[in-house]
Design a protein around this ligand. Structure first.
Ligand SMILES: Cc1ncc(COP(=O)(O)O)c(C=O)c1O
Length: 342
């Protein structure tokens, strides 16, 4: 459903996620804040079991595009604990597509596979692992070689960029805003702040676009879990521009409001402080809300800090997008034990 006469329609999509996901209020947390505001969570961790999280919303469009192009093989990339790679591996098996993953990580991280990469292997994805420096330095040639090897094998490979954050992937969260529009009408939510974790930018780009296309009247902020504000402003703007150009859309995307809240990366991507882990324990116990140490936990930590600083004080409602990540807990098991047992 687009806005009537507004000059756009959704491209082809595969129905892969369990949708719509619920929007739930965190009442006890809201009361404890003492600001009188309501805090909501869009439970996109419930898009599916093994496919849990935000990536499947993008992949519904990306994999439809791959199949439309006649692909029989998907090649993509990410960290060894990439949620995007795991969702792609599961969905590839579901759709009868071969999946090959170019992963960034150290050999010891694969010695006893756990978390996301365990599911990658379980679902039959083939993986190649490269230490971080080599991965960054040789990224283009690794991608090129994997595509060439698949072609030499007589296959038709389709490349998906990091996190499926590109012009096609933007549609995933445009469509999520269709759901949010209905959620907001049901709960009497007007002009809220919407906050998400930003890792490759596509979720936020989709929310920025969907906010306009579905007339949510929200303010969208991404909390970056890697890199910095300048990087994400550029990345999100470039995803929006790619989306506009690819689908010949008549929107002034250059003028759309993109906000990144920097300052919560901590020691680095996928590194979690004791304070962060302790907050995740508190949230799990207070609300049964399981956030992850790499993405949603850092963003939620940032959200609570920014509420305390008054950044969102101009609205009654704050909506956090729970983008999943539960399998990312496994590598943190011993750190969690230390937090729990002192
Ligand atoms: C659990 C989770 N949340 C949030 C994100 C961020 O989404 P995006 O890559 O679209 O910025 C990712 C991936 O990067 C993720 O795996």
């Amino acid at each position: 459903m687009g806005l009537p006469g507004a000059g756009w329609e959704y491209p082809e999509r595969l129905s892969l996620a369990c949708l719509p996901t619920p929007l739930v209020e965190l009442q006890r947390l809201g009361e404890s804040l003492g600001t009188g505001q309501r805090v909501w969570v869009k439970r996109d961790d419930l898009t599916g079991c093994a496919i849990s999280g935000n990536k499947v919303r993008k992949l519904e469009f990306t994999l439809a595009d791959a199949i439309r192009q006649g692909a029989d093989t998907i090649i993509t990339c990410g960290g060894v604990q990439s949620n995007h790679c795991r969702a792609t591996a599961v969905l590839g098996a579901q759709l009868g597509l071969k999946v090959h993953l170019i992963l960034r990580g150290m050999p010891e991280e694969l010695a006893i596979p756990s978390g996301n990469v365990l599911l990658d292997l379980l679902c039959g994805a083939t993986v190649e692992l490269h230490p971080p420096q080599e991965y960054t330095r040789r990224f283009r040639s690794l991608a090129k070689s994997a595509m060439a090897a698949a072609k030499a094998d007589g296959r038709k490979p389709y490349w998906i960029t990091t996190g499926a954050s590109d012009g096609v992937g933007v549609w995933g969260y445009v469509r999520a805003c269709d759901e949010l529009q209905q959620d907001f009408a049901r709960h009497g939510i007007e002009a809220p702040h919407i906050v998400c974790a930003s890792g490759s930018g596509g979720t936020q780009a989709g929310l920025v676009a969907g906010n306009v296309l579905h007339g949510l009247g929200a303010v969208i902020s991404g909390i970056n879990v890697c890199d910095d504000e300048a990087y994400f402003l550029k990345k999100i703007r470039s995803d929006l521009l790619a989306w506009k150009q690819q689908y010949e859309l008549p929107f002034p995307v250059e003028e759309w409001d993109v906000r990144v809240i920097d300052g919560y990366v901590g020691e680095g991507y996928a590194k979690a402080s004791e304070e962060l882990l302790a907050l995740l324990v508190d949230m799990a116990r207070m609300e049964g809300l399981v956030l992850d140490p790499v993405y949603t936990g850092k963003a939620f930590y940032g959200l609570l800090n920014e509420i305390a600083r008054g950044r969102f004080a101009d609205t009654r409602d704050i909506v956090f997008i729970h983008t999943g990540g539960i399998f990312g807990w496994q590598p943190f098991a011993s750190r969690l034990a230390a937090v729990l047992h002192g």
